[in-house]
Design a protein around this ligand. Structure first.
Ligand code: GRF
Length: 192
């Protein structure tokens, strides 16, 4: 069966991208392009396996709508059926959700709706929580608020700092995200 083309969007080191690429051979998806909003180090993972990369710079666009439209044009140029946000640190304008309805997915390092936002790991520690986790969800206009597709919990231990906890969370992310993307590509996703 032909693999479903997906775009992966990153801003950082791309450890989730790396796992998504590693699992591709056994999956129903194919990473058709990796797009970053900056010179993200994670682009190297794509270059190593000859997956095309693009940079759509935030600073090259006058506003969020035109930045998002440029991103969507790149995604369309590779006929992608799903858009996978993997540490992408920009909020997309509504035009992206209009162009790819129920086709954009994000991974967030907490058990949403607990600890939304860009500092989820630190916020869980500061709150004195004993448990946090990982959420994969569809992207809607409101940040970190879309329908939840899958979650995994992660314990918080006394003495954890943000690096330790984030590393424990990422172990779960690396297992869960390729599985959910594979399920999306096979049309087998049910909302949690
Ligand atoms: C992950 O922890 C993800 O949950 C969050 O950003 C981080 C990206 O990590 N949205 P990486 O770049 O994939 O290593």
């Amino acid at each position: 069966m032909a693999q479903v083309p997906i775009a992966v969007l990153i801003s950082g080191r791309g450890s989730n991208l790396r796992r998504i690429l590693e699992m591709e051979a056994d999956s129903a998806y194919r990473v058709a392009v990796v797009i970053a909003d900056r010179d993200a180090t994670g682009l190297e993972w794509a270059q190593k396996v000859q997956v095309p990369t693009r940079i759509v710079r935030w600073s090259d666009h006058p506003d969020r709508a035109s930045f998002t439209a440029a991103l969507c044009d790149e995604i369309d140029a590779f006929s992608c059926e799903f858009v996978v946000l993997a540490g992408f640190m920009r909020i997309l304008a509504p035009v992206a959700i209009e162009r790819f309805p129920s086709q954009i997915v994000n991974i967030h390092p907490s058990l949403l709706p607990a600890f939304p936002g860009a500092h989820a790991v630190e916020d869980a520690l500061e709150a004195g929580a004993t448990e946090t986790g990982v959420t994969v969800h569809l992207v809607v206009e409101d940040v970190d608020a879309g329908p939840i597709l899958a979650q995994r919990s992660v314990p918080i231990y006394p003495g954890d700092d943000a690096d330790l906890l984030h590393a424990r969370i990422q172990e779960q992310e690396h297992e869960l995200y390729p599985q959910v993307i594979n399920a999306l590509a096979t049309g087998k996703v049910e909302k949690a």
